[in-house]
Design a protein around this ligand. Structure first.
Ligand SMILES: [Cu+2]
Length: 226
């Protein structure tokens, strides 16, 4: 290989690696609390054959032994280019799965009924029009286009089984993640820079943090509800 070609290739490689690194910032960490787990057994009062199959537990405060908070929504405001799309939520064993979803404004939500019995999907937003329909067991899937136009946190309820509830967090397109059972979250492909991070949990409230994101892994541990 002649020297000029060699140097040319080297420059290409350096440019390629730096472009890769710029888009590779990841923000991850644990959402935790000192509040104890508040899960309670749900008393199934209807459709025992389906809803009584497993021991249902409340989901509004699922906290691990080490204090990890499940179902907290972490948003890096202004990061990400979330475009409208389609997200899914299921009515499964008489609970909404997942319990918390994020979506971007003007997206559609697909509601699946896996139970073969009638459920209902009823939203309680403030800025968005309510969605309220009954979903018989034969209607396995239904796409909802209306009701998710404006960013806000929307509670969802099944009016037939009063213990069934969920949350649809409509974002402005900011990069977002819902924390896992141990409180862990991870948001990839964040452009380096300064951001505000908004963390929301249905029971433990809301908290805002500042972060300066650099190339590579950025660890952000968040304590909430204290
Ligand atoms: Cu239901």
């Amino acid at each position: 290989m002649n020297k000029t070609v060699g140097i040319g290739l080297l420059i290409c490689l350096v440019v390629f690696v730096s472009v890769q690194t710029v888009s590779a910032a990841t923000v991850k960490g644990i959402v935790s609390t000192k509040v104890a787990n508040k899960q309670k057994a749900i008393k199934v009062t209807k459709d025992q054959a389906i809803c009584g199959k497993s021991n249902l537990m409340t989901e509004n405060a699922i906290i691990s032994k080490s204090g990890g908070v499940k179902n907290a929504v972490v948003q890096i405001l202004g990061a990400g280019e979330g475009k409208p799309g389609v997200v899914e939520i299921a009515q499964n064993g008489c609970q909404f799965v997942p319990h918390v979803i994020t979506t971007t404004a003007e997206s559609a939500v697909v509601v699946n009924n896996n139970d073969g019995i009638t459920h209902n999907f009823h939203t309680f937003g403030f800025e968005n029009d309510p969605v309220n329909f009954s979903q018989p067991g034969t209607m396995k899937t239904k796409k909802v286009d209306e009701g998710f136009e404006v960013p806000e946190v929307i509670k969802v309820q099944c009016d037939i089984h009063e213990w069934m509830n969920a949350w649809v967090v409509v974002t402005d397109g900011s990069a977002a993640s819902v924390s896992a059972t141990n409180g862990a979250f991870e948001i990839k492909n964040v452009k380096p820079g300064k951001y505000k991070v908004l963390v929301w949990h249905e029971k433990l409230g809301e908290i805002e943090k500042d972060i300066t994101v650099k190339n590579g892994d950025n660890i952000l541990n968040i304590s909430i509800g204290e």
